[in-house]
Each structure stands twice: as structure tokens, then as C-alpha cells.
Write a protein that binds this ligand. Structure first.
Ligand code: NAD
Length: 333
């Protein structure tokens, strides 16, 4: 993997992955393509931004000419760029379909034209839809219930079709909910942590009994790196951590870590199509050496500490959720 193109590398997971790749001897150069939407921040890359191994390109994955130029100069693509927030997809499905489906197709068209050793398409457990019992396996049917999940499911199928039709060496990864330092405060863990740290209440949907699987972002990146190097083209890999808990249980852990009491929690009407439970079987990735190692209690404690120590990174985003990059000065180490 001489030269890896990472789309969405200024976002939450992508930036952790880029920092990891830059420490990997097997990778000589990383190019990040990111449109710096409300969710993308150069600060997420920290001092990695100044690495001589990194080139940052501000641009859109829908820009076919730009994408073609960058893919031409790359030997592998890891594709994170997406509209990623379910609630936003309920009011702007079109934007999600454009970026997540057509943007993916633009990248795949370029990968088809140039010699690419691996194309890792980063997807989500939400494509399987709710699991009443048991755990979703890679070959299970897709039953997405919200526009975000439907757009990811569509892009997964388009990506796999480019493998079957044109031989593009695509691997699809499906991760469970990620958490960790630097996540946008619109997502449940940072939303609750930042509110609790400010002494504000938090709201749980319905009875708070929705079950999610929480995966530390570094564990996800470990799995993604493994798939980048060793994944078989045409294959799908589930990446989870097996830490299943209800939103109520998660909130109880956050209350303790943030020093808040149960009176900080209120319950509101459930949202539309709020899937009751996600769960995945990750045997296949485990068979390739994928080992999520961070206990949730440790990962959450570290995450809360990060938000406590870095209010400059999230407070501007809370005041204006659409604010672009917060005004933090980037300086080399
Ligand atoms: P994020 O919203 O934090 O980051 C998305 C990044 O993509 C941002 O930097 C944004 O600027 C960029 N982007 C958006 N539209 C773009 C476009 N048209 N052109 C170029 N760049 C664009 O997302 P995340 O949470 O880091 O998720 C990354 C990927 O992982 C997504 O594909 C998401 O579906 C998937 N995923 C996320 C989770 C999770 O829990 N966060 C779980 C499973 C899978």
C-alpha cells in the first residue's frame, strides 16, 4: 500500500484512521480528500496535518475530475466520507443519497479506471436493520429503516457490484456505533457528555431500552487497517466489540463519569423508526486477527476526560450545530 487515499479523513473515524496509517511503515503516503462539511475539522488531524507523509485536499467526492486525479495517484482507497447523522437524514434524505451513494459511485468509477490494490468501503451495522434476536452475519439480507441506513446499504451494494462487474478489489466493512475522542457533539455519547459537563439535562427516547453495540474508534481503526492489508476483495466484514447495552444503561455510566445524578435524565417520545436493537456476529473478522481490546468502561472514562479537557473543540459546535471548523489555531508540534 504505497499511497492511500482516505476520503472523509477530517471526520471523526477517518481522522483517527489517518493518524494510525501515518504510523504504519507499510504506507508511504496518505492523501486525505475531505469537503470539510459541518462534520469535518482539520483540528481532528492535530499535528498529523503537518506530517510530510500527508497531503490534505479540500474537495468533494462528487467532483469526478478531482477524484479521478487523486485515485490515479493512489494504490488504495479507504472511503469514510459520508453524511453520517441519522437525525439529519430524516429531514434531508436527498443530501444523504447524493453524498453516500453517488459520491461512492464517483470513487468507484475512478477506481475502475486506475490500478487500485484495495478499495475499503466503510459502512455500518445499521444496514442490517433491527435484530430482534441473534446477531447479523455478513450474508444476511439488508433491511435499513431510515434514509441514512438506506443510503449506506445502497452504497454497499453499488461497491460490491463494482467488484463483481469490473473487478474493483472492494472490501466492505460494517462497524457498530463508534465512540471516542473528537466525535461531533451531535452523536449520543458526546451530546450527553457535553451537556452533563455543562450541568444540562439529557433526554432519552422512548423507554431508553434501545440496544446498541459500542466500539471504541481505535478498535474500529485496528479492524479497518487489517481489512485494508488482508481483506479479500468482494468480502464483507462486520466490526463490533460485543458490548451490547441499552441507552439507559449507557446513560447511567455517563452520569457517574460526569458527576451527575439521575435527575439529569428526562424521557421524550421515541423518534420515528428508532431501531430497537443492533447486533452483529464478528467471527469472520476475528478469524483474520481482529481483536477489539478496549473495555467500554475504560474507553468511556478516557472519552469523558477528553471532552472535559477540550471544551474549545466542542463548545462552538454546540452553540451552532452547523458551524464549520471551530476557531482553534493549528500549529506544528
Ligand atoms: P463524520 O460525520 O464524523 O465524518 C464524515 C466526514 O466526511 C467529514 O469530515 C466530512 O467533512 C466528510 N464529507 C462529507 N461529505 C463529503 C463529501 N461530499 N466529499 C468529501 N468529504 C465529505 O463521520 P464518521 O462518524 O467519522 O463516519 C465515517 C464513516 O463511517 C461514514 O461512512 C459512516 O457511515 C461510517 N460509520 C460510522 C459509524 C459511527 O458510529 N460514527 C459507525 C459505523 C460506520
Amino acid at each position: 500500500m504505497e499511497a492511500v487515499l482516505v476520503t472523509g479523513g477530517a471526520g471523526f473515524i477517518g481522522s483517527h484512521f489517518v493518524k494510525r496509517l501515518l504510523r504504519t511503515d507499510e504506507v508511504a503516503h496518505v492523501t486525505v480528500l475531505d469537503a470539510l462539511t459541518y462534520a469535518g475539522h482539520l483540528e481532528n488531524l492535530g499535528t498529523a496535518f503537518f506530517s510530510p507523509k500527508l497531503t490534505f485536499v479540500e474537495g468533494n467526492i462528487l467532483d469526478a475530475q478531482l477524484v479521478d486525479d487523486l485515485v490515479d495517484r493512489s494504490t488504495a482507497v479507504v472511503h469514510f466520507a459520508a453524511e453520517s447523522h441519522v437525525d439529519r437524514s430524516l429531514i434531508n434524505a436527498g443530501g444523504f443519497l447524493a453524498t453516500n451513494v453517488l459520491g461512492t459511485q464517483t470513487l468507484l468509477d475512478a477506481a475502475m479506471r486506475h490500478r487500485i490494490e484495495k478499495f475499503v468501503h466503510v459502512s455500518t451495522d445499521e444496514v442490517y436493520g433491527p435484530q430482534v434476536t441473534g446477531c447479523a452475519r455478513e450474508e444476511d439480507p439488508l433491511r435499513p429503516t431510515v434514509p441514512y441506513a438506506a443510503s449506506k446499504a445502497a452504497s454497499d451494494l453499488v461497491a460490491l457490484s463494482y467488484h463483481h462487474t469490473y473487478g474493483v478489489p472492494v472490501c466492505v466493512t460494517r462497524s457498530s456505533n463508534n465512540y471516542g475522542p473528537g466525535q461531533h457533539p451531535e452523536k449520543i455519547i458526546p451530546l450527553f457528555v457535553t451537556r452533563l459537563l455543562q450541568g444540562d439535562p439529557v433526554t432519552l427516547h422512548g423507554d431508553g431500552g434501545h440496544v446498541r453495540n459500542w466500539l471504541h474508534v481505535e478498535d474500529n481503526c485496528q479492524g479497518l487497517e487489517r481489512i485494508l492489508f488482508d481483506g479479500q476483495p468482494g468480502e464483507i466484514y462486520n466490526l463490533g466489540a460485543g458490548t451490547e447495552l441499552t441507552n439507559r444503561e449507557l446513560t447511567d455510566m455517563l452520569l457517574i463519569l460526569c458527576g451527575a445524578g439521575p435527575e439529569a435524565v428526562t424521557y421524550i417520545e421515541d423518534r420515528t423508526a428508532n431501531d430497537r436493537r443492533y447486533a452483529m456476529d464478528c467471527t469472520k473478522a476475528m478469524g483474520m486477527g481482529y481483536r477489539p481490546s478496549r473495555p467500554l468502561s475504560d474507553g468511556l472514562a478516557e472519552t469523558v476526560e477528553w471532552y472535559r479537557a477540550n471544551p474549545n473543540r466542542w463548545a462552538p459546535l454546540l452553540r451552532n450545530p452547523h458551524a464549520p471548523t471551530p476557531t482553534v489555531t493549528l500549529a506544528p508540534a
